[in-house]
Each structure stands twice: as structure tokens, then as C-alpha cells.
Design a protein around this ligand. Sequence first.
Ligand code: UTP
Length: 468
Amino acid sequence: MATETRSLPELLREHGQEHLLTHLDGLDGATRERLCARLRTIDWDELARPEVAPEVGEVGASRVVTLAERQQREERLSAAGEAALREGRVAVLMVAGGQGTRLGFAGPKGCYPLAPHSGKTLYQLQAEKVLALSRRVGQAVPFLVMTSPVTDVRTRAAFAEHDRFGLAAGQLRVFRQGTLPSVDRAGRALLGAPGTLLESPDGHGGCFTALVESGELHRLERAGIRHVVYIQVDNVLAPLDDPAFVGLGVEERADVVTKVLEKTHPDEKVGHLVRVAGRDRIVEYTELTAEDTRMRAPDGSLVYRWGSPALHLWSVAFLARLASKGFRPPLHRSAKPLRAWLDGALREIDGWKYERFIFDLLPQARVCIGLEIDRASEFSPIKNAEGENSPATAVEGMSRQYASWLEAAGVEVELSPGARIEIDPLLAATRRELVERWDGRVERVTGDLHLQEDRRVSGAPDRERGEP
Ligand code: UTP
């Protein structure tokens, strides 16, 4: 880490960044001061030594509670989780600082109007799930939203314009993650504009450092919160009301419970939960060869069997322990095309971007448990504008899920191709809620349908029984 005893020119020279000094000369006082201040806070040593992918030769299976085991333990786990929820021991953390490059939407991904009938944004859908959970358990469940310099202003505005989508004042807490400079292939920092470094958000792993530095982690500890449910804004199906998930953390005194899904085929592009050299970790597909991903254990099962949908439960005590050790998730570097200010113009160059990954907390855990989920009901991320993992597949995923809830409530569902069902989270945010609250307002569904909290039905259900 840089020490204050060195002058800025010394510091930059020592790290091969002296080209920035020439640039400083041409700047006005305030801009120069701002840039100098930023250059002093960057950990240049860390940038020069990004994480090397771990040797994955010695790979074994992590402990995973399968769907069958969960079913057997459901009652006990749900009771433990429900108690934690009702005592106000649980918070939700949603990361929403990404650049959403692949989606290409003009604005934060959270502002994407996804819901097929109401046009609700991802922010509204996720916030209403928090509100639904809060109402059910009689606690204003804290909702922490991490933004980045790329998404912060518009995110705050989106929540402010809609009165926090019904959440109580103080329940919503927006905090901002940090950034990391991008460098050229020779490791030299770049400018995004005159007087400004080219930087990008420091990855979803930046949420650990941001939680600590913003004081939010302390605040959670002081409020007696023991578990944090972590979701990513772009997974519209991410369930927040899952008592057995929380209960597993409680019962097993787990530092981390991380949800996993059975891969559809060995080459599926996901991170994998495995145990490497006695530590649980998520190994990205990019770190593996095709032979690795197809490797089988002696019992015939895939070694890289469990994919990660980025749904975690963190124990606050674990996060606090890491914070007190001064832990920071390591940096990962990836080759990217960059737009940098070079020789008086913006130019495309090949360079490196740095990020921290939230799953790098796993190897620090004493107790880490995987919990198998049914993919179709919990995971439908929005990454691309079209094709797989796009808004279209997310809407299909929602419709399929809602159709199955309606069937569980006794409604006959025979959807015509392309029909889209939307159920407001405040009417029901889980299958159980829909079944418990079902008022029989429709008997049969064949086409578009929007069910709202106040008994309104729109779309084209085959036959309605409810009030208009
Ligand atoms: P992705 O890694 O899929 O990135 O983020 P992205 O920004 O959404 O999309 P691309 O890769 O630029 O196309 C997964 C989740 O992590 C959050 C995102 O907002 C998303 O919820 N994230 C990612 C952050 O909060 N901060 C980051 O720096 C990166």
C-alpha cells in the first residue's frame, strides 16, 4: 500500500506510472488537485499483482444440501429462518453497480422496465419483494442497494421519484462502491478524459469493501442483523422470502450459505462451487479447460457439478470478522477493449480492467454450505439484449413461474404461445403466498394476465370471477 511519506512523483515513478505526471502539468488547479488526490489513494502495488487463478488440480466436492435433503429438513429449517426474520435479524443486499455493457440499456439495469403489463422496472419489482417480505414478517427488513458512480444518481432518483416504492424511510439504504483504474497492456494507467483517470466500478466484490467503508456493516451489527441475503439486481426471480435458506444459515452456524443449481450440461458457462485444497470456492468456467469441466468423480458424478446463480446468505459476524482482519477480495484482471483519452482524442485500445468478485469471500469461510435450488424458480438473469439471458427470457421465466403458482392455487392454466403472466409482488411474492391468499378471481387462464394487489385483473383471462 502507498505510504504518505512518498511524494506523488516518487510514488508514480516507482510504479511505472510517471507518464501521468506530464499530463498533470497542463491541468487547472482544481482538476489537478482532484486527480492528484485520486492518484494517491490507488493501491498501485495491488494493481501490479492481480489474483492468479488457483491451481484447481486438487478438486473435491463442497457440502451441498440437495433438494431431497432440503425437503426432509424443510420444516425445521423454515421455522429457524422464520424466527430470524420475525425477530428482525435479516437484511437484503442488492448489488446494482454494474455497467450493463451487454444489455446496452441507456441507464442502470435496475431502471429497465421489465414487467410485461405494468412496465415496472427491475428496481420496483425487487423493492416490492422486500416490501412484501416486510409486511409478512412484521419487520421493516433493511434493503441495502449498492450503486457505483455509473448508476448512483439515476438509482437514487428512481427510488426518490417513486417514494422508495413504498419502503419505509430508513429502510432503504443506498451506498456506493469504489472504482478501479483500467490500464493498457503494459500496465500503464489511462485517462478517460483530460484530468480524469479511466476507471470502472470495482466489481460485485466491491460490495464487501463498500459495506465496510460506508459504515453500513457497522450499522447492521448495531441493529442486531445477523444474516444478509445477497442478490443481484438483474436476476428478476431472485427470491427474498426463503425462510429455509436463512434457517440453514442459523442451524449450521454457517458463515455462508450459497445457492447452487445442477448444470444443464457440463460445458454450461457458470461459476462452480467446489472444494479446492480444503477451502470452498467458486471456480469460474473461464479458469477451466473443457476436460476439467467434464471431469467425473469415482461415483460418476461431475466434479464441476454445481453452478452458482449468485444467491448468497452471509453471516454478519463473518463479514465483521473479515473486516477486522482488513480483508479485501482479491483483484481479477480481464482483457477488454477500452476507450481512452490518448494524444488529445478518445481512442479504442486493448487493455485490462480490474474487478473484485463477491464469491472470493467463500474461501475465507469456516462453514460454507451449498443449497440446491430449482433453477426455473429462482434464476433468470438479464445479461444480453436478445437471445439467452435477455429481457425476453426473463419475462418467459416469470410467466412460467406464475403459471405454476396459479396451478398450485387450483387455476387451470393453458397458455397460448407468447402469453405473459404478471403477478404483483404485493399480491404474492411466493408460491405459498399466492396459494394462501388466492381469492379465486380467475378460474382458467389461456392468455395474457396481470393480477394486482387490489383484486384487479387485466389481460385476457378466459373467465373472471373477481370484482373488476
Ligand atoms: P455482471 O458481472 O453481469 O455485470 O454483474 P453487468 O454490469 O450487470 O453487465 P456487463 O457484464 O457489463 O454486461 C452481475 C451483478 O453484479 C452487479 C451488477 O449490477 C449485477 O447485478 N455489479 C457488477 C456491481 O454491482 N458492480 C460491479 O462493479 C459489477
